[in-house]
Design a protein. Sequence first.
Length: 92
Amino acid sequence: MGRTHPGAPARTAADGRPVWLPLVSAHQDKQSGKLRDGDLDAQHAFGDLDGHRPALLDVHEAFEDGTAYRAELSVRVDQPVLTDDSVLHGPT
């Protein structure tokens, strides 16, 4: 079973840029479909939509003791959150 751990605000080591860093984990043998590629696919397809979508800066995957981990580093936005749910149930 996959699990998304709460993201956290962070800063890049190189230039101190504000970023957001969530972590996802899943059993290594069941990671297919668990470590979703939605953010990566959206970045490739749409970019940052002229600043309307946080740009995905980097993705890192690691495997340890039968667990797969993925960290996704994206630009931290300073605008109010529209929803605290990853699934939109109606207009925002």
